[in-house]
Design a protein around this ligand. Structure first.
Ligand code: SAM
Length: 214
């Protein structure tokens, strides 16, 4: 997907308003310039931020359910991917969890700069995030699947939908956790890259436990 195709995809999917385009463009500019000081995204992807990061994040909205009033929780948000992108595109409550001080400061700076009233940051480890049940849990390049699920189980219930962008080994990663985790799992293709995929899960519990009571 080229940068032009990425923008066209966003417009077609979300009928992006002028205000939201301004926010996304501002975010891309902040992200790109902050790269001179900290390593927020892979340097090789810097010329392709719209396709590799913005659309790659935004596509999760086409999979996740609608806002039910509960938080969308994004684990290990780093520079705000996908959290900031989701918060720009939809006015739903969103919490980003990030443990590194510099990145927490970066995220709070972006939220203030873009005026994102629906987004906030929990600065700390996922494992110590105060227990609340999320409508959606996302996590991009945060941790391998077993660690990811174990660290955030307390943020989920049977209605929580997990949307987890992964690489080409998504299906294998999923098969590997089946003996220890149960739930409704499947893999969706990524619109940005044939080598990526998105693991989608519901009713996630450790194997052996009754579904719906994680
Ligand atoms: C590889 S980066 C990915 C960032 C972003 N999601 C992205 O796709 O660009 C992983 C991020 O997860 C954060 N992280 C790792 N373990 C964490 C934990 N246990 N709790 C909170 N944040 C964590 C790291 O500080 C880092 O910013």
């Amino acid at each position: 997907m080229t940068e032009e195709e990425a923008r066209a995809w966003l417009q077609a999917q979300f009928e992006v308003s002028r205000e939201t385009w301004d926010q996304l463009e501002r975010y891309v500019a902040i992200l790109s310039s902050a790269m001179d000081e900290q390593n927020l995204i892979a340097e090789s992807t810097r010329p392709h931020i719209w396709a590799r990061h913005i659309v790659d994040s935004a596509q999760l909205l086409t999979i996740a359910p609608n806002d039910d009033g509960r938080d969308w929780i994004d684990l290990g948000s780093g520079a705000g991917l996908p959290g900031i992108v989701i918060a720009c595109l939809v006015d739903r409550p969103l919490m980003m969890v990030e443990s590194r001080r510099k990145r927490i400061d970066f995220l709070n700076g972006v939220i203030a700069d873009l005026g994102l009233g629906n987004a906030r940051v929990f600065g700390g480890r996922v494992e110590s995030t105060p227990a609340t049940k999320a409508a959606v849990i996302s996590a991009r390049a945060y941790a391998p699947l077993p660690k990811l699920l174990a660290s955030a189980l307390h943020l989920s219930d049977k209605n929580t939908v997990w949307v987890l962008p992964k690489g080409r080994n998504a299906q294998n990663e999923l098969e590997a956790v089946r003996p220890t985790w149960q739930g409704a799992f499947h893999v969706e293709p990524s619109v940005t890259d044939a080598d990526s995929a998105i693991i989608v899960a519901r009713s996630v519990t450790p194997a052996g436990k009754k579904k719906g009571r994680p």
